[in-house]
Design a protein around this ligand. Structure first.
Ligand code: ADP
Length: 299
């Protein structure tokens, strides 16, 4: 397990205005790790990821048996930040029956015919489930804030679209999350933080490798031109929506193994903090189990 001290540095303190530039995108998130050689850290990280995959699988079973809590994992990041790969690696040991992944694209006309949170509430995990949102309601204060013309397609009542409008959206999101947390959902929000150089490398890789052509979308290049605007709206969003109940974690993601190890560790540690246990049977129930066992053996 990764030290709490390291994880604490990744968590955005509620209300704190942060600068993304002061958060690492590389492999050494703190001074302590910088003294080690990268290879050593990578090897250890792989071991930690493997251990957490196993822990996550058993935690999920307990979550399922308990059937009270659910876990909502929100993944955000610039294009190519590695959201899909992180989901694939971190969730690989988990029983697919208790886990669902939802990816959110540009809203359909049916979706914009409802309030902006509607489509996300429809796909929330049930009690006992782990739900992963690959993009989320945060897109409505990210891509939409960078491109406010998108609001025109959202069938909203007329009004100014200034800071007050956006503050209302942050407030709605916080209230929505508070409601979920109060009703048994644990919310973990991860921003996969890559550098602009790393994004260039990844987009080029998509353009230079035949098997990766399919991953390239022209919009990745268009959106890259808005890099600084995105960093700014992300910074505001962290300050407004990182709460004690549903904190944001800024995950260094230039190295995929770093991002995956950290995300897996945080998820598994947080679920374990629920301290779920298998149900304890009463004396009567134990007797029933015993007699059923005997009965079957006698067949
Ligand atoms: P991904 O990049 O997640 O693998 P796509 O290439 O299909 O998948 O991108 C999905 C697109 O949908 C992104 O450009 C994202 O900004 C956009 N999108 C998601 N949610 C919204 C929203 N609420 N409003 C407008 N655009 C959105």
């Amino acid at each position: 397990m990764i030290k709490e001290k390291v994880i604490r540095k990744l968590r955005v303190i509620p209300g704190k205005i942060i600068k993304l530039k002061s958060f690492e995108t590389g492999w050494a998130q703190n001074e302590e790790l910088k003294v080690y050689e990268k290879g050593v850290v990578k090897e250890r990280a792989t071991e930690i990821l493997e251990a957490n995959r196993l822990t996550l699988a058993s935690s999920q079973e307990l979550l399922w048996v308990d059937n009270i809590h659910s876990v909502l994992i929100v993944l955000q990041g610039m294009d190519t930040a590695g959201k899909d790969g992180t989901i694939r690696h971190v969730m690989s040991g988990v029983n697919p029956q208790g886990c669902r992944v939802c990816s959110f694209k540009v809203p359909t006309p049916d979706e914009t015919d409802h309030n902006f949170l509607w489509r996300y509430s429809r796909d929330l995990p049930r009690r006992g489930e782990i739900g992963v949102f690959n993009r989320s309601y945060y897109e409505d204060v990210l891509v939409v804030k960078v491109h406010p013309e998108l609001l025109e397609g959202q069938q909203l009542p007329s009004g100014k679209r200034g800071e007050k409008f956006w503050d209302a959206r942050y407030e709605d999101i916080n209230a929505f999350e508070r409601h979920l947390v109060r009703n048994g959902t644990m919310i973990l929000k991860f921003f996969l933080h890559i550098s602009k150089d790393e994004q260039k490398k990844r987009i080029l890789e998509r353009l230079e490798t035949e098997e990766k052509y399919w991953k390239f979308s022209l919009s990745d290049l268009d959106e890259r031109a808005f890099w600084d605007a995105y960093q700014k709206v992300y910074e505001t969003m962290f300050a407004k929506t990182s709460t004690d109940a549903a904190p944001w974690y800024i995950i260094p993601a230039d190295y995929k193994w770093v991002a995956r190890t950290l995300v897996a560790d945080i998820i598994s540690t947080r679920i374990q903090s629920l301290d779920l246990k298998y149900p304890v049977l009463s004396a009567e129930q134990l007797k029933a189990v015993e007699s059923a066992r005997e009965q079957l053996k006698k067949e």
